[in-house]
Design a protein around this ligand. Structure first.
Ligand SMILES: *Cc1c(COP(=O)(O)O)cnc(C)c1O
Length: 355
């Protein structure tokens, strides 16, 4: 499909100080927009100047939340190549989210072509400094001007780009996590496995409570018994107990992270015992009491690996590995970021170059 290009009258200044990028504040010169209209399908993709989108106040996405998104990054290697990490997995997952929210299937090759074209135009926006990358946000939302409840017949697929700073300014700082035992994020049969705004809306109140108690993130328990560990809401979670790497199995309420999948594959390739199963918070606390809880870490595109320093469950505060990053967490972080920035040989064929 031909992608139309509309030139911006003037380009923005690129950020000079990449140490001040932060996350999600700065947007590049261009975005990709592709409409879907019933009868026409996905059509007329266009790369056009980044700017506001006009919507009817009755747009269905604003009222009933029919919207999904993805998140990935473009990395600049030392020899100045631009590469992506497993982008095919993102577009596969986008369609899984589409399906759950009754949004029409989007051809994954077409989505990838749109992204590649946009990145070719915006290559110079990929940061140069260690740990900084160009965050990519593809998303889809229903735009029908209608207040009845039904799946849309008109959508927009959009990709915006945001240069983002190194997640860790000074090495891998362990995060403090609060186990939420009142609210839940998702339930089995719900849409926890889809990357959709509604799951985040459901999580804000827990996040707020955690922040009030000086914890940075929430560990969610299952929505039925509030016993089994699910995930951190923007990260999946791993435990190393007595040398065994354990992560909650995917049962529909957990987002199937690509960093999670890659961590499992890497750990297995190193000969570690990796188990995907249900695990209760009691089991984790018991392992801690018995001195067998070696490491806890989160996985996600933003931080890659996020070691957990403190885990608070009701009145119990567990300090993990003396609030230091563990050996497996460190090895995963070094290997995955090494592959992403081209410092470590990509024996898995995970990276895709933007040419
Ligand atoms: C995106 C996301 C993750 C992490 O997925 P990655 O593909 O590893 O970035 C975990 N949980 C939720 C709820 C997410 O939205």
């Amino acid at each position: 499909m031909e992608i139309k290009f509309t030139k911006a009258p003037q380009l923005k200044e690129k950020p000079v100080d990449e140490s001040k990028l932060g996350f999600g504040h700065i947007f590049t010169d261009y975005m990709l927009v592709m409409p879907y209209d019933e009868g026409l399908g996905w059509h007329d993709p266009e790369i056009r100047p980044y700017g506001n989108i006009e919507l009817s106040p009755a747009s269905m996405c604003l009222h009933y939340g029919q919207t999904v998104f993805e998140g990935l990054k473009a990395y600049r290697t030392a020899d100045d190549k631009i590469q992506l990490f497993r982008p095919d997995e993102n577009f596969k997952r986008l369609n899984v989210s589409h399906e759950r929210l009754v949004i029409p299937h989007l051809d994954e090759n077409l989505a990838m072509e749109c992204l590649m074209e946009l990145l070719k135009v915006e290559k110079d926006w990929v940061p140069h400094s260690e740990g900084a990358a160009l965050y990519i946000r593809p998303y889809t939302f229903a735009v029908d001007p209608f207040l009845g409840v039904k799946p849309g017949e008109h959508y927009l697929f959009v990709i915006i780009l945001s240069p983002s700073g190194a997640y860790y300014a000074s090495g891998l700082d362990p995060v403090n996590i609060y186990v939420e035992s009142k609210y839940v994020r998702a339930v089995r049969g719900g849409m926890g496995f889809a990357k959709t705004g509604g799951n985040y809306a459901a999580s804000l109140i827990g996040q707020d409570e955690a922040h009030k108690q000086n914890y940075s993130q929430v560990l969610w328990l299952d929505g039925v018994e509030q016993k089994y560990i699910e995930e951190v809401g923007a990260m999946n979670i791993f435990f190393v107990i007595d040398g065994e790497v354990i992560t909650p199995m995917l049962q529909g309420s957990i987002l199937p992270g690509i960093t999670r999948k890659s961590s499992i594959e890497l750990c297995k390739s190193w000969g570690l015992k990796v188990t995907e199963r249900r695990i209760t918070i009691e089991e984790v606390a018991e392992a801690y009491d018995n001195g067998k809880l070696d490491e806890v870490f989160g996985t996600g595109t933003a931080a890659v690996i996020s070691p957990v320093g403190h885990l608070k469950w009701n009145d119990k505060i567990m300090e993990i590995n003396n609030n230091k990053i563990g050996a497996i967490s460190q090895k995963l972080y070094d290997t995955m970021t090494g592959i992403q920035w081209g410092r470590v040989e990509d024996t898995f064929n995970w990276t895709v170059e933007v040419k």
